[in-house]
Design a protein around this ligand. Structure first.
Ligand SMILES: N[C@@H](CCC(=O)N[C@@H](CS)C(=O)NCC(=O)O)C(=O)O
Length: 216
């Protein structure tokens, strides 16, 4: 179902009840015009046309002219670099790229895996913690708590795409009970959730959900 995309056009393939909400928040932070294509779960996402964009048959997918980006963390990082005027990534080559990458990858790797496995009751076999990338759910939670407890944001006093991505895991986890309600998570989540772009993105996706429910 890949629709025609202009050379500089931004198109987000998403569903309002999905991780696509993260990508929409990022697009709202960037402040560039974009078009959203809402994909139904099931057949539409598994169609040959859509799988030509994302062979996983999942959302979100970002198309920017001829460039295709999948994976929420990659979409956030890509948009931050493609639109540097939004100030959501440290300058290429700057030392702050260290913690920036660190937390983006910590989100897409250990947080994503530990939270999903824990939510589905998938346990690391006893004694195998040293072989699995995230060690244990408890270690991931403690590391995350430390990361969001010091300064206002992961990189100190500046908000970045790493906060948006890691913060989305925290906000989502607090909402659905898959992340413990620790005060540091709640304070950090409240800071991020108060951002105007986050609220705009939420309003758009929540309105889409309401429309979908009315149509059913
Ligand atoms: N690793 C991907 C995960 C994407 C993903 O799992 N998306 C889910 C919705 S949150 C999906 O599209 N599920 C539909 C399916 O698998 O059929 C990312 O971070 O973007």
């Amino acid at each position: 179902m890949a629709s025609e995309t202009g050379p500089d056009e931004l198109v987000l393939y998403t569903n309002p009840m999905s991780r696509g909400r993260i990508a929409r928040w990022m697009l709202e932070e960037i402040g560039q015009p974009y078009r959203a294509e809402v994909m139904g779960f099931g057949e539409p996402m598994k169609s040959a046309g859509y799988k030509a964009l994302n062979p996983m048959g999942k959302v979100p997918t970002l198309v920017h002219g001829e460039t295709i980006v999948t994976e929420c963390a990659a979409i956030c990082a890509y948009l931050a670099d493609a639109f540097p005027q939004a100030g959501l990534a440290p300058e290429p080559g700057s030392r702050l790229r260290g913690p920036y990458y660190r937390w983006l990858f910590f989100g897409a790797g250990p947080i994503e895996a530990a939270v999903s496995n824990n939510a589905f009751g998938l346990e690391v076999p006893p004694g195998r913690e040293r072989s699995i990338g995230y060690g244990s759910f408890a270690d991931v939670m403690d590391t995350l708590e430390q990361a969001v407890s010091g300064d206002e944001y992961l990189l100190g006093d500046r908000f970045s795409a790493a906060d948006l991505y890691v913060g989305s895991h925290i906000l989502w986890g607090l909402q659905f009970g898959t992340i413990e309600k620790r005060p540091a998570f709640e304070a950090y989540g409240a800071r991020l959730g108060a951002r105007p772009a986050a609220q705009r993105a939420d309003a758009i996706d929540n309105a889409l959900i309401a429309e979908m429910q009315k149509a059913n």
